[in-house]
Write a protein that binds this ligand. Structure first.
Ligand code: MN
Length: 490
């Protein structure tokens, strides 16, 4: 294993590519502070603790993020795990950094307690995010580094952490447009969540996909020449292979048939302007045979997440039936696609452009917070396999009740409390009067209007209520009622 010094020098070398000398000095100071605070602590993997914050900082440095983010990453476990306090961090590094570290510490205290807590966790994540999105970036790096050293933990814990990543972190990274981060998180987690399927995909990559690479490499070279001859001053042209987890998901959609997947390898061409994108597309279509129906113009019609690029699939020359995808976009589109919201703290954008970016970010955040409050749209966008047949509704106090799809206010009432179920007479859904057999949707706020004199449920409810909890509670209350009635008749 590399020594701490080697790791730290690597971090400084990465940072030196974009930070000023005095900023590097502050990073060095934070490293010394963290290393001293964590001195003597050892991780489960057997390495000294400081490797972890160093690893997290390295991930963020590779995204070329602001030095304050790097410093906060180095310090992120100090208040939680050492005798040094937040106040000391504030004294030494200022309130902006101590506030970030505080945010990460708070997030760390959110523990995963099964599916019911899921939405609650998300809400807390988002609240933390609304105050400072940088906290989430650090949290991602923290989690990614933990995943990379997950082998040291017991199996049960591995599974829990990896699942949490697939269910919570990756979808949030995706919503923030951080596809690079999302991919890294998913690929690391995939291994632990389903080892068998992971090995299956890795095997396929070796047997079916890797043999496709040389022809794409050859074609990339040919393409370079075509661009040069066409007088295109491109910024970059490179080959990309699809990440493991997204390849897996695609294989599942295509009956596990590898021959139906055409975008395992893509050639990405980065140019300076939008007109150049179309010029390059023309050259590509002129020189390679495009596959029918595969051309997509996400520049004039961006994806809902604002992704922009031109995509086309072409046949590799001289290779029977071999196809690959070509992605054409500007540098800005590329940055946005890889780093999403994190691109806004990226040092590649300097000066006035950066100010505009920040403004855009604030607008995005406002939009986000609104969505978050509305909840519904957000929940819909997060439809994961586990939740396909589940809905989440809210009590007027904001507690979350998880129910199966098509549940009614009666189900809701019995899930909150048997007595509330027995006494319910009407419901308010999102402040509108509703029938007791109305179908609830994720995000609904449900209020039960009760009649306190009422003791027993209506047997008719059994006809429409959905959950076994409600049904069994109704039946047992009715049994009580018949006992009481029999007693009264006597
Ligand atoms: Mn940590």
């Amino acid at each position: 294993m590399e020594s701490i010094d080697v790791k730290f020098n690597k971090l400084i070398a990465t940072l030196a590519l974009y930070l000023e000398q005095e900023e590097l000095e502050k990073v060095r100071q934070a490293f010394v502070f963290a290393a001293e605070a964590h001195r003597g602590q050892v991780r489960k993997s057997g390495e000294e603790y400081i490797y972890h914050p160093l690893g997290a900082a390295q991930i963020l440095a590779e995204m070329q993020l602001d030095y304050k983010i790097i410093i906060s990453a180095l310090l992120h476990d100090v208040p939680e795990d050492t005798s040094r306090t937040l106040e000391e961090i504030e004294l030494e590094f200022g309130s902006e950094i101590s506030t970030m570290v505080e945010g990460i510490t708070k997030l760390a205290n959110i523990k995963y307690r099964g599916i019911e807590r899921y939405i609650e966790n998300l809400r807390k994540m988002f609240l933390a995010m609304a105050s400072d999105l940088r906290v989430i970036l650090i949290k991602f790096a923290d989690r990614l580094h933990n995943l990379r050293t997950l082998y040291a933990l017991p199996e049960e814990k591995q599974l829990r952490i990896a699942q949490e990543v697939l269910e919570i972190y990756a979808p949030i990274a995706s919503r923030l447009g951080m596809f690079e981060m999302k991919s890294m998180l998913e690929d690391e987690a995939f291994k632990y969540v389903n080892r068998k399927e992971y090995n299956w995909v890795i095997g396929l990559i070796e047997s079916d996909f890797k043999p496709r690479l040389p022809s794409v490499e050859k074609t990339t070279l040919a393409m370079k020449k075509i661009l040069d001859d066409g007088g295109i001053n491109y910024l970059d042209i490179r080959m990309r292979t699809k990440q493991t987890y997204s390849l897996y998901k695609k294989l599942l959609r295509y009956d596990r048939n590898t021959s139906r997947i055409h975008d395992f390898t893509a050639v990405r061409i980065i140019v300076q302007t939008v007109p150049e994108c179309y010029q390059v597309l023309g050259l590509v279509h002129n020189n390679f045979v495009p596959m029918k129906g595969k051309f997509k113009d996400y520049i004039s019609q961006p994806k809902p997440n604002d992704y922009q690029s031109l995509h086309t699939t072409v046949f590799a020359p001289g290779e029977e039936g071999r196809t690959f995808e070509v992605q054409i976009r500007t540098m800005e589109m590329d940055q946005e696609a890889e780093f999403g919201i994190a691109a806004h703290w990226n040092y590649k954008e300097k000066g006035s452009q950066k100010i505009n970016k920040n403004l855009k970010w604030i607008q995005e955040l406002t939009k986000w917070t609104q969505e978050f409050v509305e909840n519904q749209k957000f929940l819909e966008s997060l439809k994961l396999d586990v939740f396909n047949d589940r809905i989440f509704v809210f009590t007027p106090k904001g507690d979350v009740i998880e129910l199966p799809e098509d549940s009614t206010p009666v189900d809701f009432a019995f899930h909150v409390h048997s007595e509330l179920g027995n006494q319910c007479v009407r419901a308010m859904i999102n402040n509108q009067i509703a029938q007791l057999d109305a179908k609830l949707k994720s995000g609904d706020v449900v209020e039960i209007i009760r009649d306190k004199n009422r003791k027993f449920p209506n047997p008719d409810w059994l006809k429409f209520c959905k959950t076994s909890v409600a049904k069994s509670r109704i039946k047992s209350s009715l049994k009580d009622r018949s006992l009481v009635e029999r007693f009264l008749k006597r």
